[in-house]
Design a protein around this ligand. Structure first.
Ligand code: HEC
Length: 141
């Protein structure tokens, strides 16, 4: 083998080595830069667990009445702020129930707000069911 041929072979090998060593990160970087800005990721897809979609989906399930109460209602209802019926005060809640007519009616008034009682007890993203569950939790009705 001549020196010239040897050099050519070495150069060719270097190109191959360089190509395999750098092609992948460069391609990845390019793929990253040209990927679509938004992509749809459904809960259950492999991408969902990477991006936290699955965690969000789980967290957005119905919360227990106790959880909602502890986060939103306790501030006023534990000590009766501004005349709020107190948690566990059976007499007060029976009076409310009698005045409203049903627990559904009480729930509607909690959803809409009544006098100093803010709409949905400040839990803006609470579902109607979550409001009902938290009322049951604090009233024992
Ligand atoms: C900022 C204070 C405050 C918070 C927070 C609050 N409440 Fe109240 N709530 C009141 C007051 C005050 C009343 C009494 C209103 C009245 O009858 O004048 C009341 C009354 C109620 C009633 C009775 C309504 C009726 O028609 O008699 C229900 C049911 C109720 N609240 C549910 C909830 C629930 C459920 C939450 C949490 C998700 C909550 N409240 C959070 C202040 C609050």
């Amino acid at each position: 083998m001549t020196v010239k041929k040897l050099l050519a072979a070495t150069a060719a090998m270097l190109v191959v080595v360089a190509g395999s060593a750098f092609a992948s990160p460069v391609n990845d970087a390019i793929a990253e830069r040209i990927k679509p800005v938004g992509s749809v990721c459904m809960a259950g897809d492999p991408c969902a667990s990477e991006s936290g979609v699955a965690a969000v989906a789980v967290a957005s399930g119905p919360r227990s009445g106790e959880a909602v109460y502890n986060q939103f209602c306790t501030a006023c209802h534990s000590i009766g702020v501004l005349g709020a019926p107190k948690t566990g005060d059976d007499a007060a809640w029976q009076e409310r129930l009698a005045a409203a007519g049903s627990i559904e009616a009480l729930t509607t008034s909690a959803i809409n707000g009544v006098r100093a009682m803010p709409a949905r007890g400040t839990c803006a993203d609470c579902s109607d069911e979550e409001i009902l569950a938290s009322i049951k939790h604090m009233s024992g009705l």
